[in-house]
Design a protein around this ligand. Structure first.
Ligand code: C5P
Length: 302
C-alpha cells in the first residue's frame, strides 16, 4: 500500500496563551505543499520502519518513538487488529524543519494501515486518532488550505483559488518545536511591557482569507505572519540574512515555516519561483521549489 502525504507551510500563525496541558492556543492558516512524504506499508508480524530520502534522515528514530510507528500502533489498538506492519518512509520534507514532515508520516501511516488492514475507519475517527498523535497531524490528513484553531488541530476549510508558488530553503540542522515555543514564552515574558496583550483569543486575520479566496500571491505575501518567527530567529540568527537574500532574489515575501528553521518564500508565479531558487542555490543555499495547495494523505496505489 503506497500512500503520499504533504508537508505544510503556515501562512499565518498567531500564538495565544498557554493552555492547562502546556500547549498554546493558536490560530493558523495551513497550506499543504508539493514537498511530500511517501510511505509503503506491507503486512508484517511486528511493527518496524525504514527511512530514506533526499533529505538528511539521520535524526529520524527507527523505533517506537517514530511517529508513523506510533500511528500504526494506535490504529491497531483502536481497532483490535492483531497483526503488524512494516513501514518504508521516503522523506522529501526536511526533518525537524517546521514543515510537518513527521506529522505527514503519521497521517500517511494511518491511511495506509487503515487500507491495508481493511479497518475502514470514518474520516472523523481517523481525525480523532490523528489529533492524539500531534497538533499538525489532522491537517496532514486533510490537506488543501485550512484554518486551524485550538492547538491547531480543530480544522475548518479556507476557500483558496489558483496555485501559490513557493521556494523552501532548508537548514542543515533542525529546530525542536518545544524549544521554539519555549523561546517565544521567554521573549514575551522579557518584553511583556512592550507587547500589547491580546484580550481576545488568537484568530486568523481576514486579509489572509481574502488573499486566498482571490488567489492573489502579492496580497497573501503582504498578509503572511508567524509569531514563532521571532523565537526561531532568536535561536538561529543566521536565518535573518537568508530571509533578506530570498527577498532580494525576487520573492514577494519570506517567512519562517512553522517553528523553523526551513524558510518559505512566496513567489509571484512558477517562473519567479524557479528564478528565486536558482539565485539562492547560486548563493550556496539548499533551495527547493514547490506549490500549494495539494491534497492530504491519500492512497497512490493499493
Ligand atoms: O503536537 P506536536 O507534538 O506536534 O507539538 C510539539 C510541541 O510543540 C508540543 O510539545 C508543544 O511544546 C508545542 N506546541 C504548543 N502548542 C501547540 C502546538 C505545539 O505549545 N498548539
Amino acid at each position: 500500500m503506497h500512500v503520499r502525504a504533504p508537508g505544510k507551510v503556515n501562512l499565518f500563525l498567531e500564538v495565544g496563551r498557554v493552555l492547562p496541558d502546556g500547549y498554546h492556543a493558536l490560530a493558523t492558516a495551513f497550506q499543504a505543499v508539493s514537498l511530500c512524504e511517501d510511505i509503503w506499508a506491507t503486512p508484517a508480524e511486528g511493527f518496524s520502519v525504514s527511512v530514506r530520502g533526499p533529505v538528511d534522515v539521520s535524526g529520524v528514530p527507527r523505533d517506537d518513538r517514530n511517529l508513523a510507528v506510533r500511528a500504526a500502533r494506535l490504529l491497531a489498538a483502536k481497532t483490535g487488529y492483531a497483526g503488524g506492519v512494516h513501514l518504508e518512509i521516503h522523506k522529501a520534507v526536511p526533518v525537524a524543519g517546521g514543515m510537518g514532515g513527521g506529522s505527514a508520516d503519521a497521517a500517511a501511516a494511518l491511511v495506509a494501515c487503515d487500507a491495508l488492514w481493511d479497518t475502514h475507519l470514518t474520516s472523523a475517527q481517523l481525525h480523532a486518532l490523528a489529533a492524539r498523535l500531534g497538533a499538525d497531524v489532522p491537517f496532514a490528513l486533510r490537506g488543501g488550505t485550512a484554518v486551524g484553531t485550538g492547538r491547531g488541530d480543530e480544522l475548518s476549510s479556507a476557500l483558496a483559488r489558483g496555485r501559490f508558488d513557493w521556494v523552501f530553503v532548508t537548514a542543515s540542522e533542525g529546530l525542536s518545536t518545544p524549544e521554539v515555543y519555549g523561546a517565544l514564552d521567554r521573549h514575551r515574558e522579557r518584553h511583556r511591557f512592550d507587547i500589547e496583550p491580546s484580550a481576545a483569543g488568537p484568530r486568523v486575520e481576514p486579509d489572509v482569507l481574502h488573499a486566498l479566496r482571490a488567489g492573489d500571491p502579492a496580497a497573501l505575501a503582504a498578509a503572511l505572519r508567524n509569531d514563532l518567527q521571532v523565537a526561531a530567529l532568536a535561536l538561529r540568527p543566521d536565518l535573518a540574512d537568508v530571509l533578506v537574500s530570498g527577498e532580494r532574489a525576487g520573492a514577494l515575501a519570506g517567512i519562517v515555516s512553522g517553528s523553523g528553521p526551513t524558510l518559505a518564500f512566496l513567489c509571484a508565479d512558477e517562473a519567479a519561483a524557479a528564478d528565486v531558487a536558482g539565485s539562492l542555490a547560486a548563493d550556496g543555499f539548499d533551495a527547493h521549489v514547490a506549490y500549494g495547495a495539494v491534497p492530504g494523505a491519500r492512497v497512490v496505489t493499493g
